[in-house]
Design a protein around this ligand. Structure first.
Ligand code: TPP
Length: 323
């Protein structure tokens, strides 16, 4: 089928989703031991969106992320070890230990960064698309954002401009049913938020966000038309946040039945079932073991890395000079 991922791409998406899952589980365990700082926004159960939406992109395509960006980072080709080092503030992290888990970026891979300001990645990606259009290249920009972010004023302004100027930007709405602790029904008059795309003159598709192949196909179609200069598009990937808003979430607003129903549709299991006939269960299990070991070793290494050096005297001398 047009825009379908190859078997090799599907295997790589499966592997990357496992890397993200083990990362999230590791962070959860370390939080329980009191070894993390600040809130951590886990994306367990949502891995297929970030990993599959970015799987067909080039390094020169630019992606903006959110406060819940671990699957976006790994999907766009970042390595898990410097991601973990960054989360724990180590010198070896992607941003020298100064960004923390919400702001990780690696421009050389086209990951322009997470963002703690809800909705802020939407105009940023739109501006990057405008820049690509002016430069006359065929790179696309992608913004992955949440249902809460879609309620911001800046989302409307950016999408209006993208539609008006036919900018090469793909809006991937990761609809996980909650903004903070607020369910969609309390923040939006419509459940299918992507119907708003029509008002911006862009096409939209609603897709099962727990099925990586479906996400890939839907996003690849929008990426292709953006590359051809036909303008923006939106994909609304319906998914669910298994682990609450963040590690500081007290819970109580998600029913056990609802969580269980979504866990029964685990994206990693869906990928496994789709691939096992093609490549065999043994190979998939081996990939799982290797990815899990990679993440375990990355935690071990990152946690023994040094913190960034801070030279108080030269920093305060530089401060006095400019003030
Ligand atoms: C401009 C702004 N307003 C409010 C917040 C507080 N805040 C952080 S995350 C969040 C909810 C975001 O919801 P959504 O976009 O659906 O992402 P999710 O957490 O569900 O993945 C809010 C309101 C913020 N960080 N920035």
């Amino acid at each position: 089928m047009k825009n379908s991922p190859s078997i090799d791409e599907q295997i790589e998406m499966y592997r990357r989703m496992i890397v993200v899952r083990r990362l999230e589980e590791g962070l959860g365990a370390l939080h329980k031991e009191g070894r993390t700082r600040g809130p951590i926004h886990r994306c367990d159960g949502q891995e297929a969106v970030g990993v599959a939406a970015t799987a067909m992109l080039r390094e020169t395509d630019l992606v903006t992320s959110t406060h819940r960006g671990h699957a976006h980072y790994i999907g766009k080709g970042l390595d898990v070890y410097p991601v973990i080092a960054e989360i724990f503030g180590r010198d070896t992290g992607y941003c020298g230990g100064r960004a923390g888990h919400m702001l990780i970026a690696d421009a050389s891979k086209g990951m322009i960064g997470g963002n703690a300001i809800v909705g802020a990645g939407i105009p940023a990606a739109t501006g990057m698309a405008l820049s690509n259009q002016i430069l006359g290249n065929d790179n696309v920009a992608m913004c992955i954002f949440g249902d809460g972010a879609s309620q911001t004023g800046i989302c409307h302004e950016a999408m209006n401009m993208a539609g008006l100027w036919k900018l090469p930007v793909v809006f991937v709405l990761e609809h996980n049913k909650f903004g903070l602790t607020v369910p969609t029904a309390v923040q939006s008059p419509v459940d299918d938020i992507s119907i708003r795309a029509a008002g911006y003159g862009m096409p939209s598709v609603i897709v099962d966000g727990n099925d990586p192949v479906a996400v890939y196909r839907a996003v690849a179609g929008m990426v292709e038309r953006a590359r051809r200069g036909e303008g923006p598009g939106m994909v609304e990937a319906k998914t669910y946040r298994w682990e609450g808003f963040s590690t500081s979430d007290m819970g109580g607003y998600q029913t056990p039945e609802e969580i269980a129903a979504w866990k029964a549709r685990d994206p990693i299991r869906i990928a496994f079932e789709a691939l096992k006939g093609e490549v065999g269960e043994a190979r998939l299990t081996r990939i799982d073991e290797e990815a899990s070991e990679e993440v375990r070793a990355a935690f071990e290494r990152a946690l023994s890395d040094p913190f960034p050096a801070f030279d108080y005297h030269s920093a305060s001398a530089a401060y006095s000079e400019v003030n």
